[in-house]
Design a protein around this ligand. Structure first.
Ligand code: BF8
Ligand code: SF4
Length: 634
């Protein structure tokens, strides 16, 4: 099923798998373990766990629900157990994203005109300050940054009131949240309340557990994640379209290869900064390399790709591959989605596995503790360590698959509004609104939009769901906005190359040409799904429609993390139907299933669809988009 267009050709999943297999051969030679092997050891999975009907929140258990034992020792039934597990899962994700956001606020608090961290987008800072009612006139930008950082940090623990960012939502959405009692209060409070509710002997009523799941999710998407995204932009710059490349072929056999992996741009930005320093490049040369190549894995890769054009080596299930190339001098990680496997794996090669965060400490790693105060010095130390490691490479183990695609990334909301301005023939001055995009949608040139997000999961043939669905969507004139590992799957395949416009239906193709954009738009990392929330909020306000009426849906076909469930909850709670390709351990409770796929619609006008057949999942999304168009008469 190869698709040729001039000299442009998508990279197929088969080609990616062949490259992986070749790398696994190297792994076998050095006695390395791999997720492909561990999956075999772990399957079939425990049925109780899969269905969410195992409870171990108190020491009378663990209790497992069977037809013969329909209740745990305390009397909790399957619905309560599944519901509590679901809420705990959500709380884990909300805590994780939000804590990342908090770290960014601390970095902003430490911003200093003479220090490692500066304010790169002062206009955005002023815009947010005005939005929050903070006086900006005559204030030094760094004083303002510190004031705003402190206010943002207060959002995590304020005793009264709800999240400040909620005001960005349309009035109607805010009212729905208020009426359903799911407006998130302090971010940490929603996480703590969730853990309180799931303690032994608290909530076991699915309705209450689902309600709090939405609330904790909203504390993430319209709280912590939004802080993460917005203040990352202030610190490191708001992304603008930029060219980069994706897949393992971005690593360079002649250079010192540093791979950044994780999530918080505070680390990766500094590593990139120093890897670019002439002094460091000279140092790499003195070690026998031709230069330094920094590439990325997972969300931190999205962050530095969007702002610096740093190439993306791969996504979640490709993290071991970067080490298996034998050409990785250092894989530098901060937090989240990091395989502990990287420790023992790196020991099979010369690779230094450098952990940097007290939050993600792992065996078999070199721990170089990174914090805002010593960022410059530590980043330098990391780059130097990598350079010095070049000489330890075993040339006979080096194999970098010759596989990469071009990608244009960096479509923040600000950038998107700007590029789409060029599309319509509208004589009205529409600068700064989503109206051009709306015009494309209402005229039917674009049928709608899908937000493709989330991870890889061995339960789905890696990247297939992302890539195949995107191909089908764009062929149907549905524009795709992508983030996280989904975005990287697209980039690896070539779907973020502007040449991929030829895979689109006639309408979307025309828009891509006029706006000079690829059909799959990179909106960033997973915390940046908050950008998508602001986009739909703006679309609703500019069109006078409710968010739930827009022909827009969300999809996480290969998700695996707690964060993904937290995201799913806030996307649904924002009024966007959300399609999952992996079941969130709720199949053991018909009531929970009913609440998530239907019941929540009464509160937030959207719900989940879970479908593990990817073809069907995609068709259902297209159907939903067309239904929404019909309902509003476009
Ligand atoms: O936050 S998509 S595997 S990297 S969880 Fe992780 Fe999933 Fe990737 Fe980023 Ni998001
Ligand atoms: Fe069993 Fe109830 Fe304890 Fe859960 S809370 S482990 S169901 S006794």
């Amino acid at each position: 099923k190869e698709i040729y267009m001039g000299d442009f050709k998508l990279t197929t999943v088969e080609e990616m798998e062949a490259a992986t297999n070749r790398l696994l051969e190297t792994g076998a030679k050095v006695g390395a373990d791999a997720w492909q092997i561990r999956v075999k050891n772990q399957t079939p999975h425990c049925k109780f766990g899969e269905q969410g009907i195992c409870c171990r929140i108190c020491a009378m258990g663990p209790c497992r629900i069977t037809p013969k034992a329909p209740r745990g020792i305390c009397g909790c039934d399957a619905h309560g157990i599944v519901g509590r597990n679901y809420l705990k899962f959500t709380a884990g994700g909300a805590a994780t994203h939000s804590d990342h956001g908090r770290e960014i606020c601390h970095t902003l608090y430490a911003a200093d005109p003479n220090g490692a961290y500066k304010v790169k987008d002062p206009d955005k800072l002023i815009r947010i300050a005005k939005e929050w009612g903070v006086e900006t006139e005559g204030k030094d930008i760094y004083d303002l940054a510190h004031e705003m950082a402190e206010l943002a940090l207060m959002e995590y623990g304020k005793p009264f009131g709800v999240q400040r960012w909620l005001k960005r939502a349309p009035e109607h959405t805010q009212k729905l949240w208020h009426d359903a009692e799911i407006e998130p209060r302090a971010i940490d409070r929603e996480v703590a309340t969730s853990l309180h509710m799931t303690h032994m002997g608290c909530s076991s009523k699915p309705e209450a557990l689902v309600r709090q799941s939405l609330r904790a999710g909203l504390a993430d998407g319209w709280g912590g994640s939004m802080c993460g995204t917005e203040f990352s932009d202030v610190l490191f710059g708001t992304p603008k379209p930029i060219d980069t490349e994706a897949n393992l072929g971005v690593m360079n056999a002649e250079n010192v290869n540093i791979v950044v992996h994780g999530h918080d741009p505070s680390l990766s930005e500094m590593v990139c900064e120093y890897a670019d320093d002439p002094e460091m490049i000279a140092y790499a040369k003195s070690m026998g390399a031709k230069g330094i190549t920094v590439s990325g894995v997972c969300c931190t890769s999205n962050e530095v790709a969007m702002r610096r054009g740093i190439p993306m080596a791969g996504n979640f299930l490709q993290q071991e591959n970067v080490v298996l190339t034998g050409a990785c001098e250092a894989i530098v990680v901060d937090v989240q989605c990091i395989f502990p496997a990287l420790g023992p794996l790196s020991k099979c090669f010369h690779t230094k596995f450098i952990t940097t965060s007290p939050i993600a400490q792992m065996p078999d790693s070199d721990y170089i503790r990174f914090d805002v105060g010593t960022a410059a010095e530590k980043a330098k130390q990391i780059v130097k360590t990598a350079c010095e490691n070049f000489k330890n490479r075993k040339p006979e183990l080096v194999y970098i698959p010759d596989m990469k695609q071009k990608a244009t990334v960096g479509y923040s909301l600000e950038a998107l509004v700007k590029v789409l301005d060029g599309v319509t023939n509208s004589q009205v001055d529409v600068t700064g609104t989503t109206k051009p995009l709306l015009e494309c949608v209402t005229s039917g040139v674009i049928r709608g939009a899908v937000a493709m997000v989330g991870c890889n999961n061995p339960k789905v043939r890696p990247d297939t769901a992302h890539i195949e669905m995107m191909k089908k969507l764009i062929a149907n004139d549905i524009v795709v906005v992508a983030s996280g590992c989904s975005a990287q799957a697209a980039a690896k395949a070539g779907l973020m190359d502007k040449a991929a416009k030829d895979l689109c239906g006639a309408g979307l193709k025309r828009v891509c040409e006029l706006a000079d954009i690829p059909p799959v738009l990179h909106m960033g990392s997973c915390v940046d799904i908050s950008r998508m929330m602001i986009l739909v909020a703006e679309l609703a306000k500019d069109s006078g429609l409710k968010i739930s009426q827009l022909p827009v849906v969300g999809c996480a076909p290969e998700w695996m993390s707690e964060k993904a469930v937290s995201i799913g909850n806030y996307v649904v709670a924002t009024g966007i139907d959300t399609f999952l390709g992996v079941d969130p351990y709720v199949s053991g409770s018909s009531e929970m299933g009913e609440w998530l796929t239907n019941g929540v619609r009464d509160w937030v006008e959207a719900a989940y669809t879970v479908e593990t057949d990817i073809d069907k999942l995609c068709d259902k999304m297209i159907e939903r988009i067309e239904e929404k168009r019909t309902a509003i008469g476009i």
